[in-house]
Design a protein around this ligand. Structure first.
Ligand code: ADP
Ligand code: MG
Length: 682
């Protein structure tokens, strides 16, 4: 008897290789397979002839194989299958990457149906790149396939054709699926039952059926995380936490001791945080602000207030470099109040570590700053009242929980991020978070000039960098770490470092920084660069997080199109931190036109929030949004940007919790388990 929980290994005629492939796709059981959703549906009626193919458009052609050959590309470990296919109207090139098995499936003279995107090939002609391949006219024999045929994300050993046949066969099991969405909500929202949706998302009769199935899945994907977030929020607000009374006197004294005036945004953020901390329920607040917007000083004020209330405070940062910087900043800001922070990182010597642990364990030390080293089991923080985590998305959810568990009460929690989270994302996923934003940089900043460098301007760009150094400034050159595109060779930091040092800028002092170095080396090189011992720092994306070198005024980014806009904006925030005008040079020589115009957004916008929103929109619906990074299931159907559907899902979740505050509905409870790691609720 096959059921939803049957492991795929027990299905008849399933090879170990295919099982491997399925595992890679995340499918272990029949249930997983049924939930492996199509990437798109193709209307099989819409076939075109070869002469009707257009660059940039996806199309289906029925063609004969003219020639086919296998080749090993010069790019790393890349197998190419190349060939020509044609019909009575013409011939077109076709190429597949890393699918060597196709070589044995294709012979000249074969008739095949290809579906894929036509692009301009290197020699100017059209090329079908990685098209889906069908060898027979009938895509799935004896199944209920309509004219809308599903195509799935494939992997070695698992083709869409195979998936279609399997899913068609197993789909009757869907009838026994329990629908976790309460009938009441489903009917009020006019949504179709889950079993129907599952059938139609694979094999819809027509577009209408597909739309209804997508609406149902889309609703679910927006409903469950919001329900989880709202529930966590309601529970948190009922929980007992610690109070740090908001003393206006202490706040005034802190501000008066600063060498600058707080901006309005900083003041408001600090006020919101201190107000939360004054409440008996635990705070859960996110402080968002671009790099250099001055979050640290706001965090320091919160720490000051918590310590005044006799609580311990911990600040955890994702890297040692960043932890050290925070340590120095906080010591500078707080030592005048007799608060002496401790620094605890991986490289802290054993003897010193013991001493720090002792001071924290007795409660004698009130403030500790560090990295993952803070969550080690032997670190005790008996009076912990405020946890501050910088760039929280860089930590696992479990790590944050381990930090919180060091407290005997529910401590206040403040996370800080310079990664602006687009509003649409935040609204869906962070229903449990209160957000404070610092939108404007301190007034003493000079805006950074950003330019796209044309290939012919490359040497002029190097001259510019050299001139900056001659004028006493420093610079960064960022390279993508790994090449992940089969089509382009990207510049790796190590090779680029050697090339620059020996050929291009031999007269300058260069140093190299990348993630594979031992932490100690990284810190040393960074420190040496910050001390002015080097002119140029060649680095990979690890530079993204908090590096403060106000003397650095120029940044070149190689293969800029390889990075997301939000990330590029983060890089750029490493310059423009001092009193000098700064310049960011984007190199993207091999980029296609679309990618270059995407980069234009960076030239036009300085505001990280705006860029994050543009980034999300440009990626469009159906793309992963990095939810996994936040510990959440990816949205596969739902559209984060669908504000209407999001609102519907949210009010349905609110109404449900009003009726059933403890969420007694068992089906829903089970569904919520996916989110429990992110949103803490009982
Ligand atoms: P973030 O942590 O948001 O990247 P920091 O807190 O490190 O930013 O602040 C960046 C720099 O700006 C620091 O040198 C800090 O002293 C300075 N700074 C912060 N707030 C102000 C302000 N209101 N006016 C002037 N300089 C400020
Ligand atoms: Mg900072």
């Amino acid at each position: 008897m096959i059921s939803l929980d049957t492991p795929l290994a027990q299905l008849p005629r399933i090879s170990p290789q295919r099982l491997d492939g399925l595992r890679r796709l995340g499918c272990r059981t029949v249930r997983d397979l049924l939930w492996y959703l199509p990437r798109r549906h193709d209307d099989q009626r819409e076939r075109v002839t070869v002469s009707q193919l257009r660059a940039g458009q996806a199309a289906t052609v029925e063609v004969d194989v003219v020639a086919v050959r296998a080749r090993r590309a010069r790019y790393r470990k890349m197998d190419l299958i190349e060939g020509e296919v044609g019909d009575s109207t013409g011939v077109v090139e076709v190429v597949w990457f890393n699918q060597p098995h196709l070589r044995h499936l294709l012979q000249p003279g074969d008739r095949v149906t290809l579906h894929g995107k036509a692009v301009r090939g290197r020699r100017g002609g059209l090329q079908l790149r990685n098209p889906d391949l069908e060898r027979e006219r009938k895509l799935v024999s004896q199944s209920s396939v309509g004219v809308l045929v599903p195509t799935y994300p494939e992997t070695y050993g698992v083709t869409s054709r195979w998936l279609r046949a399997q899913v068609a066969q197993l789909l009757p099991l869907a009838a026994s699926i329990e629908d976790p969405l309460p009938d009441e909500i489903r009917q009020r929202e006019r949504l179709i039952p889950l079993a129907t949706a599952l059938r139609d998302i694979h094999f819809p009769e027509d577009q209408g059926a597909l739309d209804r199935a997508q609406e149902r899945f889309g609703f679910d994907e927006l409903f469950y995380p919001q329900l989880a977030a709202l529930m966590a929020r309601r529970q948190r607000l009922r929980r007992a936490g610690v109070r740090s009374p908001y003393s206006v006197g202490i706040a005034r004294e802190f501000v008066a001791g600063l060498p600058f005036q707080l901006t309005d945004d900083q003041r408001l953020a600090a006020h919101e945080i201190l107000t939360d901390m004054d409440r008996p329920s635990p705070m859960n607040r996110l402080l968002q602000g671009d790099v250099g917007s001055g979050k640290t000083v706001v965090a320091a004020m919160a720490a000051r207030m918590a310590i005044a209330a006799r609580h311990q405070v911990v600040l955890m940062a994702p890297t040692e470099i960043l932890a050290r910087q925070h340590f120095l900043t906080l010591r500078e800001l707080l030592s005048k109040f007799e608060i002496w922070p401790r620094l605890l990182v991986g490289s802290t010597p054993a003897a010193q570590r013991r001493e720090i642990l002792a001071g924290l364990g007795t409660g004698a030390d009130q403030l500790v700053i560090g990295t993952h080293a803070l969550i080690e089991d032997d670190v005790a923080l008996p009076d912990l009242g405020l946890c501050i985590v910088d760039e929280q998305h860089r930590f696992g959810v479990a790590q944050r929980l381990r930090l919180l568990e060091k407290a005997q009460v529910n401590p206040d929690f403040l996370s800080m991020t310079a990664t602006p989270i687009p509003r649409s994302l935040a609204r869906t996923l962070y229903g449990d978070l209160d957000v404070s934003q610092i939108r404007h940089l301190p007034p003493n900043r000079i805006p950074i000039q950003t330019r796209l460098v044309e290939p012919a301007q490359r040497s002029a760009a190097y001259d510019f960098i050299r001139a900056e150094v001659r004028a006493g400034r420093q610079g960064f050159i960022i390279c993508p770490l790994v090449e992940d595109s089969p089509l382009r060779q990207s510049r790796s930091a190590t090779t680029e470092f050697e090339r620059l040092q020996s050929e291009i800028l031999p007269d300058l002092r260069l140093t190299l920084l990348h993630g594979k170095m031992p932490a100690r080396d990284k810190v040393q090189r960074m420190q040496a660069f910050a001390n002015g011992e080097f002119d140029i720092l060649v680095a990979t994306s690890i530079i993204e997080v908090g590096v403060d070198v106000p003397n650095a005024t120029v940044m070149g980014i190689e293969d800029a199109d390889r990075f997301g806009l939000a990330q590029l904006h983060q890089f750029r925030g490493r310059i423009g931190r001092g009193p000098y005008p700064s310049h960011c040079l984007l190199f993207a020589e091999s980029a296609e036109l679309g990618a270059r115009s995407r980069l234009q957004a960076l030239v036009d916008h300085q505001d990280g929030f705006e860029l994050a929103e543009i980034d999300l929109r440009q990626r469009g619906a159906g793309e992963p949004y990095g939810l996994r990074q936040h510990g959440l299931p990816e949205m596969r159907v739902g559209d984060l940007l669908d504000e209407g559907l999001r609102r519907r899902a949210r009010s349905a979740a609110e109404a449900l919790l009003d009726r059933d505050p403890e969420l007694r509905d068992q089906g829903l409870r089970r569904q919520m388990r996916h989110y429990q790691v992110v949103f803490e609720f009982d």
